[in-house]
Write a protein that binds this ligand. Sequence first.
Ligand SMILES: *Cc1c(COP(=O)(O)O)cnc(C)c1O
Length: 473
Amino acid sequence: MRYISTRGGMPPKKFSKILLAGLAPDGGLAMPEEYPEISPAVLEEWRSLSYQDLAFEILSRFADDIPASDLRGIIDRTYTSELYRTDEITPLKTLEPGLHILGLSNGPTLAFKDIAMQLLGNLFEYALTKTGEDLNILGATSGDTGPSAEYAMRGKRGIRVFMLSPQGKMSHFQTAQMFSLQDPNIFNIAIRGVFDDCQDIVKAVSNDHAFKQKYHIGTVNSINWARISAQIVYYFKGYFAATRSNTEQVSFAVPSGNFGNICAGHVARMMGLPIRKLILATNENEVLDEFFQTGCYRPRATAETVHTSSPSMDISKASNFERFIFDLTGRDTAKVKELWRAVDKGGAFDLAGTPLWEKVKDFGFVSGTSNHAARIAMIRKIREQYGVLVDPHTADGLKVGLEHREEGVPLICLETALPVKFSESIVEAIGQEPARPSGYENLENLPQRYVVMNADADAVKAFIVEQTSGISG
Ligand SMILES: *Cc1c(COP(=O)(O)O)cnc(C)c1O
């Protein structure tokens, strides 16, 4: 398996060569040259596999330059019942016949991002051990990405994490998740400013190519192909759990932001998983719903991004969306390049009335939006009707998923976080605090380790230099 860029400007590369890279040199995203095709016979064999065995079958098709026994070891270290507090890793909860929630949030930070990020941590450590290199991961977070990146990279050889967050702007729970980590390779930097200031610093440091190269600066953002490939696994797992035979079709409802999660569903469908609909749910930031309703993709300016009660879906630009358009155009890299010429300049493109727009429906996508009132009502309804408590993001997925539910087609709603992370909305919905999973009772009272800095890229650079002294350039 080799990888090419959605914009056509990268010679084909193996998995290990794209693992640590961000964007392709031409600004595009890495995509497999072709998707592995899963025949009905193979799908039948996979039905009875454990999560780990299924992960191996799928990932070995994408990461075929990692020796099988090494990959097996990485997967077995990543998907353990200790870390996920369940043997099934992603257990399926049935609300009523034909309506399910796929539990993706049992990892250490209680959000679905752990599933991909934990794999990334072990893949990075494996790759760096081979080359003897170091990596300094620089990131900005307003919530879920920071904790899951830190828990994935803590204690990993050759890796340091420098995570910027807006001081005092995250929930107490999320702040405590990150700041309570005492691992010497994790550096929490609270910035006097807002999330955009943090992101601007990451951009400024990454654009200083000399500095980036000298200090081996990398990222763990959601465009990383390894993250997408890890997420493909649970679409298969969820499908097998919700059906009895491979003649059945299911639909998935996916709370979406950067289009990473649902992109994995799209790839699973392209590989041959019998998915009828991929139901994309947005919150008040409805960039993606607008596209699937009208054909117009119009990323918003950061200032137009609304802060909502499902904050991990507050995006103005869906970084993985280009991967879908690449497939939609029949992998016409010139066309993708043309469309993103406008997007990269802050513009938009509109496929309405073109043959491409006609083709969107062939890929199974439908969409809808949710908002604060609908999300709170859905949390209450699911609790009253089924005795199950869901978080605000999962509630957005359920809201839009139920609108598109079809008779006789099982609907699987992806749970992207646990309610305990968003207790304010839960209290608003049901009048009481969400229960805490064991081990998290005392989180906010643990000693915290972080530094505070002004929103100043040079100060952050100086801090990185200070902490990495000893690395040769
Ligand atoms: C990241 C995140 C999302 C959005 O997922 P994408 O892959 O960016 O579409 C939804 N819900 C939660 C809780 C998240 O952390």
